[in-house]
Design a protein around this ligand. Structure first.
Ligand code: NCD
Length: 316
């Protein structure tokens, strides 16, 4: 089992065998999480600080649960109430926390690249919990685990990623991960929601949902990221649902056993029909949440092993 990373800043630096190592270890935590006694001492003695500069429900809750189940001392910093509001820079805040000797720092930030920058200034392991529209590696890993469990493999699948690709860090991390594992990726959405330089992604691009979903194994829907839009990317939500919202009729174009995914939070009736999202025969949205805790446990477990293998650096 080899995992050579000091931080988890993105999917980009990971090798396929490291991804497999992570997913295999996650399976052990899925089993643990289904037991009455969910404790493991893996992070015993270590301190985990969660710094969320953007709102989060699933990601923050699962990192907190993951750390607690593995015996870490977990602290959630309320960034709304922090000194950032008084004008302290991100780096000053990070250096202050660093002086308290955390071992794992979990960071979500609205600016792309902010988490990489922070990782250069601290001497603990840093995990990117989403930076702007750049990367959200643990989301892509939990999506991969969900797909592997549902389909029995994580290669040679046809996967449609649909909707607001331009603003989505989930899409970017998934494109990288699923590409590394040799799947066929289709990006489906209006031209206004496709990122610049789309050709470099090496994916097939479709503007028509009925064409884009034809015979795919996996349909991954994305939230319309209204907070990252400044102006008219779509005519109206009604029109968007009509053309790009996933419903039973559009899903009928995919393979009969295709699964439906969404990272949450969902806008029901905008990017996905509410009844379909709740259909346990097609939708794996709740499994994604369950896999989220297990994957975050595996990530912190592997980073902690690497931390323990290094001599402790003295602060300067
Ligand atoms: C995603 C995120 O924050 O990037 N959500 C999540 O982590 N579950 C997707 C989104 O906000 O739409």
């Amino acid at each position: 089992m080899r995992f050579d990373q000091r931080h988890l800043l993105g999917i980009e630096p990971l090798r396929p065998d490291e991804i497999t190592t992570l997913l295999d270890l996650s399976e052990k935590y899925v089993t643990l999480n289904r037991q009455r006694d969910k404790r493991a001492g893996t992070l015993s003695g270590l301190t985990q600080i969660n710094m969320f500069f953007e709102n989060s429900t699933r990601t923050q809750a699962s990192f907190e649960l993951a750390g607690k189940r593995m015996g870490a001392d977990v602290m959630n910093m309320s960034m709304q109430a922090s000194s950032i509001k008084k004008g302290e820079t991100l780096i000053d805040t990070a250096m202050t926390l660093n002086a308290m000797h955390p071992d794992l720092l979990v960071v979500r930030h609205p600016h792309s690249g902010a988490v990489d920058l922070l990782a250069q200034k601290v001497n603990c392991a840093v995990i990117n919990a989403g930076d702007g529209r750049h990367e959200h590696p643990t989301q892509a890993l939990l999506d991969a685990l969900t797909i592997r469990r549902a389909k029995g493999r994580l290669h040679r699948l046809s996967i449609a990623i649909c909707g607001d690709i331009a603003h989505s860090r989930v899409a970017r991390s998934n494109i990288m991960l699923l590409g590394k594992m040799e799947n066929r990726i289709r990006l489906v959405g209006p031209a206004t929601l496709m990122p610049a330089g789309i050709a470099e992604f090496g994916c097939e691009v479709f503007e028509d949902m009925n064409e884009g979903l034809k015979d795919v194994d996996v349909v991954m829907m994305l939230r319309l990221q209204k907070e990252r839009m400044d102006g008219g990317f779509i005519p109206s939500e009604r029109e968007y649902f009509h053309r790009y919202g996933l419903d039973a009729q559009k899903l009928s174009r995919a393979k009969a056993d295709a699964i439906v995914m969404h990272p949450g939070p969902m806008n029901r009736g905008v990017e996905i029909d509410g009844t379909l999202a709740d259909d346990i025969n097609r939708s794996v949205i709740q499994e994604q949440v369950e896999m989220g805790v297990a994957v975050r446990m595996a990530v912190m477990d592997l980073l902690a092993r690497n931390l323990r293998a290094r001599p402790k650096e003295v602060l300067v």
